[in-house]
Design a binder for this molecule. Structure first.
Ligand code: AP5
Ligand code: MG
Length: 190
C-alpha cells in the first residue's frame, strides 16, 4: 500500500490536483478538511465540535482528525493506497500517522508538497470563495489566520519529512496541467 501525503499551504492546489492523482494511481483521497465539512453539514456531534474552529481558520484537536484517518484506514478496501490531503498538519499528527502506518506494517511513501507564495494564497482563495462558498474563505482575517497557522504549526513538518528522506517539493505557481505533470513525475518514482 502507498501512503502519500499531499502537502502545501491553503490554496496551493491540493484539492485541485487530488482527483487526477487518485485516478491515475488508484488511491483513496482522504481530505480532513472535506471530511470535517461533511460532518459540519450533517450536524453530527463531531461537526458541531469542529464548526467554530474551522470557521475561524484554526486547527481542530489532533485526536479528532487522527481518529477520522484511522477509521478510513480500517474501512477502505480495494485501493492501492491513500492520498492524505491536509493531514498531518502538526508534529503530533505526523507522529500519530507514523504509528498508524507502522501498525499496518508499512511506512509513509512520500510527501508531495505543492508550494506557492503567501501573496498567491490570498488571490486563489478569494477566487474560490465566489465559487465554493466555504465559510473559512469568506473573510480576509480568517484567511490570514489560516496562513499564519500553516507557517507556525504545519511548516515545521517540512524538516521532519526532509530528515526522513521523504519530502519532495513542487512549484505550484504554474498552470494546473503543468503542476499535475510535475506531480506525476514525482509519484512515478515512489
Ligand atoms: P482544508 O480543507 O484542508 O483547507 P486548506 O489546507 O486551507 O486548503 P484548501 O482546501 O484551502 O486549499 P487547496 O490546497 O485544497 O487548494 P484548492 O485546490 O482548492 O482545511 C480546512 C480547515 O479544516 C482547516 O483550517 C482546519 O480548521 C480544519 N482541518 C483540516 N485538516 C486538519 C488537520 N489535519 N488538523 C486540524 N484541523 C484540520 O485550490 C484553491 C483555488 O486555486 C481553487 O479555486 C483552484 O481552482 C485554484 N487553483 C488551484 N491550482 C491552481 C493553479 N495551478 N493555477 C491557478 N489556479 C489554481
Ligand atoms: Mg482543499
Amino acid at each position: 500500500m502507498k501512503y502519500y501525503i499531499l502537502f502545501g499551504p491553503p490554496g496551493a492546489g491540493k484539492g485541485t490536483q487530488a482527483s487526477a492523482m487518485v485516478e491515475k494511481y488508484n488511491l483513496c483521497h482522504l481530505s480532513t478538511g472535506e471530511l470535517l465539512r461533511g460532518e459540519m453539514a450533517a450536524g453530527t456531534p463531531l461537526g458541531v465540535q469542529a464548526k467554530a474552529l474551522v470557521e475561524a481558520g484554526s486547527l481542530v484537536p489532533d485526536e479528532i482528525v487522527e481518529g477520522m484517518i484511522e477509521n478510513k484506514f480500517n474501512s477502505v478496501k480495494d485501493v492501492d493506497g491513500f492520498l492524505l490531503d491536509g493531514f498531518p498538519r502538526t508534529a503530533k499528527q505526523a507522529e500519530a500517522l507514523d504509528a498508524m502506518v507502522a501498525k499496518r506494517g508499512e511506512s509513509v511513501t512520500a510527501v508531495v508538497s505543492i508550494m506557492i507564495p503567501d501573496s498567491m494564497i490570498m488571490e486563489r482563495i478569494k477566487h474560490r470563495a465566489a465559487i465554493e462558498g466555504r465559510a473559512d474563505d469568506a473573510r480576509e482575517d480568517v484567511i490570514r489566520h489560516r496562513i499564519e497557522t500553516y507557517h507556525e504549526k504545519t511548516e515545521p513538518l517540512i524538516e521532519y519529512y526532509t530528515k526522513a528522506g521523504k519530502y519532495v517539493e513542487i512549484d505550484g505557481t504554474g498552470t494546473i496541467d503543468g503542476v499535475r505533470e510535475s506531480i506525476f513525475s514525482v509519484m512515478d518514482k515512489y
